[in-house]
Design a protein around this ligand. Structure first.
Ligand code: BES
Ligand code: MN
Ligand code: ZN
Length: 495
């Protein structure tokens, strides 16, 4: 979908469809008021007839509104004015886009940015509309026969802003929003693909393909021999349980000054997690194809950053593997030696994410990073603790933690910080190795972060547990593309 910023006399805008907000009790929004006046009270007359009260999510399409240049007018119910939060604002856009995707109009002009609730600046208001519209229009088609489920998709969404001085921020928001939406779509596609297609090798090929189109990206892929050579005993122990070879995908984007320390993103790329010998229950195991969504979000963010040409150096690293119970798989009690030299007793083979991440986190020391952020669908415990709204954030570095939290708040892709106190570290004690790979039932998301903290002492580091946010279950089952928006915002904030 393409997005363009427009301004000027609303009644004179030539468009197949003009989108206007209406609040409950038939209260017209500012732009709707303008059109009502231009059409000699046509909108109020139609609302009087009782077809729309302004309840949230409801829509009414009007044809032949007199004395304006738009072919149609789409009224979108926004609910009560005082309850119009950021979430309601996004829902109003979603309702409009859903309806338009079912009509023949392939272009529309949206005035909802004028109604943005307090707390959103003009830039955020536009960016939210773009990412919401793209999110609503996304369809997964790769493994379906019907490649075009929308017969008349919305192809161009124009966004109207009233004040001339808002134009600059709006243009920036359109550019950034378009890039973020493309990154999110890529992360969703990768997350939705099944494990038999989206293997570690496939992920590596996709990263390479992206480097082919997106100028400024360079990709290096380490195979198992190279990882063996380096001594990545923890990562390789996981992939031994599967017939698909592991890959370490390293993507470089050099947009900053030569020699400037890079930001490093590390994303868990576990393309299918059966649990290994500590096998998972059968129900909903299909969803464990999404265990590579950390890696997908890294690749999506690289795409967004390359499209924007941000002036910074960025490295994205994706350790990719399957976790299956083949003959050579890890067994409970096995002890492996990580790249850092620390030994690990594997008490549960299903706690594999930390095993592939710890070697990747040691590997990135060589880049002398400014900061490292890892993101991983790491623990079910994080979903129990925080549910599906925020990512779990862990860091010893308050400044970095606050920077990540602020980026998430601003982007509407939130995280919530949990403690990473040393008090929890003893839960990882092992009688036979330097540490165990699990810390018992208590505070499972925290002990997983504690495990990673033992491999990240040489740079400022933050960890995002995205098990709850990367995926939706139920009727809307599928990848969300989160936290591409948070990460891109974090990087925009550093430019
Ligand atoms: N990939 C899972 C975590 C997960 C669970 C992600 C549910 C999304 C939804 C991870 O590899 C895992 O299996 N973790 C175990 C750790 C436990 C064995 C300490 C878990 O959370 O049960
Ligand atoms: Mn697991
Ligand atoms: Zn996993």
């Amino acid at each position: 979908m393409e997005f363009k910023i427009k301004s000027g006399d609303l009644a004179r805008q030539k468009t197949p469809c003009l989108i206007l907000g209406v609040f409950e009790k038939r209260k017209l929004s500012g732009p709707a008021e303008t059109i009502d006046k231009a059409s000699a009270g046509h909108l109020k007359d139609r609302l009087e007839s009782g077809d729309l009260d302004g309840e949230k999510g409801r829509t009414l399409m009007l044809y032949g509104v007199p004395d304006i240049d738009a072919e149609r007018v789409l009224l979108v119910g926004c609910g009560k004015r005082k309850d119009f939060t950021r979430a309601r604002y996004q829902e109003a856009m979603a309702a409009a886009v859903n309806l338009l995707n079912q009509t023949r109009a392939s272009e529309a002009l949206c005035t909802l940015a004028e109604l943005a609730p307090d707390g959103l600046d003009g830039y955020q208001a536009i960016r939210d509309l773009i990412t919401t519209a793209a999110d609503q229009s996304y369809r997964y088609t790769q493994t379906k026969s019907d490649k075009h489920p929308l017969k008349h998709p919305l192809k161009r969404l124009n966004l109207w802003v009233s004040k001339k001085q808002e134009q600059d921020a709006a243009e920036r928001a359109a550019r950034d929003g378009t890039a973020i939406a493309a990154g999110i779509a890529l992360a969703k596609d990768l997350g939705n693909l099944p494990g038999n297609i989206c293997t570690p090798t496939y992920l590596a090929e996709q990263a390479q393909a992206l480097a082919g189109d997106a100028s400024g990206l360079r990709v290096e892929v380490l195979d198992e021999d190279a990882m063996q050579e380096l001594g990545m005993g923890a990562l390789l122990s996981v992939s031994r349980g599967s017939r698909q070879p592991a890959k370490l995908i390293v993507m470089h984007y050099d947009g900053g000054k030569q020699g400037a320390k890079p930001v490093v993103l590390v994303g868990k790329g576990l393309t299918f997690d059966a649990g290994g010998i500590s096998i998972k229950p059968a129900s909903e195991m299909d969803e464990m194809k999404y265990d590579m969504c950390g890696g997908a979000a890294v690749i999506g963010t690289m795409r967004a950053v390359a499209a924007l040409g941000l002036p910074l150096n960025l490295i994205g690293v994706v350790p990719a593997s399957e976790n299956l119970p083949d003959g050579a798989a890890n067994k409970p009690g096995d002890i492996v030696t990580s790249l850092s030299g620390q030994t690990i007793e594997i008490l549960n083979t299903d706690a594999e994410g930390r095993l592939i991440l710890c070697d990747a986190l040691t590997y990135v020391e060589r880049f002398n990073p400014a900061v490292v952020i890892d993101l991983a669908t790491l623990t079910g415990a994080c979903v129990i603790a925080l549910g599906k709204h925020p990512a779990g954030l862990f860091s010893r570095n308050d400044k970095l933690a606050n920077e990540v939290l602020a980026a998430g708040d601003y982007a509407g892709d939130r995280a919530w910080r949990l403690p990473l106190w040393d008090d929890y570290q003893t839960q990882l004690d092992s009688n036979f190795a330097d540490m165990a790979n699990i810390g018992g039932r208590d505070a499972g998301a925290i002990t997983a972060a504690c495990f990673l903290s033992r491999y990240t002492k040489k740079y400022p580091w933050a960890h995002l547990d995205i098990a709850g946010i990367a995926w939706r279950s139920g009727k809307e089952k599928g990848a969300t593309g989160r936290p591409v928006a948070l990460l891109t915002q974090f990087l925009l904030g550093r430019c």
